[in-house]
Design a protein around this ligand. Structure first.
Ligand code: SF4
Length: 300
């Protein structure tokens, strides 16, 4: 086995995070954890994960879930469409069984390349190459001398993963170990190299050892993917759409014209009217709201 990977896995054995979905063999529970972990921080997911499983404990219960229950149960996780896609996936699984390969996972709605590879490893215990931001960062730094790897570097990162991922044994521990090192030690802006089990063999260690150089490099980090932002608003539309849904959850029904001041303290009745309507229309198109006569909206 590659010497760096051997060191990393030995470190992981002692220092792995105690997460409720770790060392779990239930495909449904692992699926829900991966679904929640897309775009949402681990600390926020943990309490919501257990509550969601209590409410929807099986594929069948998710497949049968009414939309309004799902949206209620998804509060705090954002990107509400994910849970509606998950219900579609659950219906497929109930009808045809749990996927057994990466290709089969990819056929489920909302399951992208990362999630399919992760589920193949964690559910099926089949070898797959799992890349998320932590994995990309650690592999890029460790093997490629890339202090801030970007998605464009994934081809090279995949080549490394293909080379170093064990063919046998508990290879599903490798992505977990890379994620744990990335979130605890090999941090995005300033890695804590002095605490890293791989500092002796890391190709980026020297770069980070000089604080000034690290600061210079930090300014070269890739920009975040731009989200839709209306005018000079401080947050992307995603945040305001979430607020609209939260209001409808709370009051059962709302009039579109009453939303503005409630979701945005800087709301301007003239300049922002079309913006509110466009966001509401999008929520309706996504199946998260229903539009009634007289501009009334409710949950489905
Ligand atoms: S030595 Fe530093 S840069 Fe290299 S893997 Fe460890 S924390 Fe990351």
């Amino acid at each position: 086995m590659d010497a760096k990977i051997q060191t990393l896995l030995a470190w992981y054995k002692k220092h792995q995070r105690d997460l409720p979905w770790r060392n779990n063999t239930d495909a449904y529970q692992i699926f829900i954890s991966e679904l929640m972990l897309q775009q949402t921080q681990v600390d926020r997911v943990i309490p919501l994960y257990q509550a969601f499983l209590n409410r929807f404990p099986t594929w069948q219960s998710l497949a049968d879930a009414p939309t309004s229950d799902l949206i209620h149960s998804w509060a705090g996780l954002g990107y509400n469409r994910r849970v509606l896609y998950a219900r579609e996936s659950a219906r497929v699984v109930v009808a045809t069984g749990v996927p057994t390969t990466e290709t089969e996972w990819r056929t489920l709605k909302g399951v992208g390349p990362y999630m399919a590879a992760a589920l193949t490893e964690f559910v099926n215990h089949r070898r797959a190459l799992v890349i998320d931001t932590n994995v990309r960062r650690v592999i890029g730094r460790l093997y490629l001398n890339l202090p801030f790897p970007r998605p464009e570097d994934d081809r090279r990162i995949l080549e490394i993963l293909e080379r170093v991922t064990p063919m046998r044994g508990a290879h599903w521990n490798l992505p977990q170990a890379l994620m744990d090192l990335g979130s605890s030690t090999c941090l995005a802006r300033t890695p804590i190299c002095d605490r890293c089990p791989l500092q002796a063999s890391c190709s980026s260690r020297m770069l980070f050892s000089e604080i000034h150089l690290a600061q210079t490099l930090a300014t070269k980090q890739p920009k975040k993917i731009r989200e839709r932002i209306h005018g000079e608003k401080p947050f992307p539309d995603r945040i305001y759409r979430g607020r609209i849904l939260a209001l409808v959850r709370k009051h059962s029904r709302m009039r579109i014209t009453a939303l503005g001041e409630l979701i945005d303290p800087t709301f301007d009745r003239i300049a922002d009217a079309d913006w509110i309507r466009a966001m509401t229309t999008r929520l309706v198109a996504d199946g998260l709201l229903i539009m009634h006569e007289h501009d009334i909206i409710t949950l489905p």
